[in-house]
Design a protein around this ligand. Structure first.
Ligand SMILES: [Fe+2]
Ligand SMILES: [Fe+2]
Length: 182
């Protein structure tokens, strides 16, 4: 009888040790285990974001209109945040997404300035290429979202995809405002 009670005591002591020792069950941070497919998709998304960062950096230097250079740099900052999120997901950490997309400075065409026609062929090419890239990246996210089992991961990817659409809108608005057809 006494032995039974000692056994019970040991059991409770072991349980307490598990919960107080940083065992995953006791941790607050949300983590997930990635499937092989999810890891491969994240690697593709990481490459896409790295290309976007590189591209917007180069395009900011090539742009003839300073306002366009600034726009490219603004988008580049968002791409760096996307890469950070993808890196976290690759490590199995599900980032907490706050509210709507943060990049929310929804682009007023020309930031309120009057339409001014641009005849820069360089800027037009950069814009068309950037817009094409955004369309492609957005569709890759769209496909990937369905492949993830974790709801938090899907939410994070959905958040990024929304921001890619906003980038497309910002580029499109600039083009319309400067008399270029997208
Ligand atoms: Fe991105
Ligand atoms: Fe983007």
């Amino acid at each position: 009888m006494q032995e039974k009670s000692a056994k019970k005591h040991r059991f409770y002591r072991d349980c307490m040790a598990v919960f107080s020792s940083g065992h995953p069950m006791g941790e607050v941070m949300k983590t997930m285990k990635l499937t092989q497919k999810e890891s491969m998709l994240l690697q593709d998304l990481k490459t896409s974001e790295e290309i976007c960062i590189e591209k917007y950096g180069q395009y900011a230097q090539k742009a003839e209109d300073q306002a366009l250079a600034d726009l490219f740099l603004t988008i580049r900052t968002k791409e760096e945040e996307h890469l950070e999120t993808i890196n976290q997901l690759m490590q199995g950490t599900v980032p907490m997404m706050s509210g709507g997309s943060q990049g929310g400075q929804s682009s007023q065409p020309g930031n309120g300035k009057a339409t001014k026609k641009s005849d820069s062929k360089t800027d037009e090419y950069l814009l068309k290429d950037a817009l094409d890239t955004e369309k492609h990246v957005s569709s890759v996210y769209d496909t990937c979202i369905f492949e993830f089992t974790d709801a938090g991961a899907r939410e994070a990817l959905n958040h990024i995809q929304k921001e890619e659409q906003e980038h497309g809108q910002m580029l499109y608005d600039y083009m319309v405002c400067h008399g270029m057809c997208a």
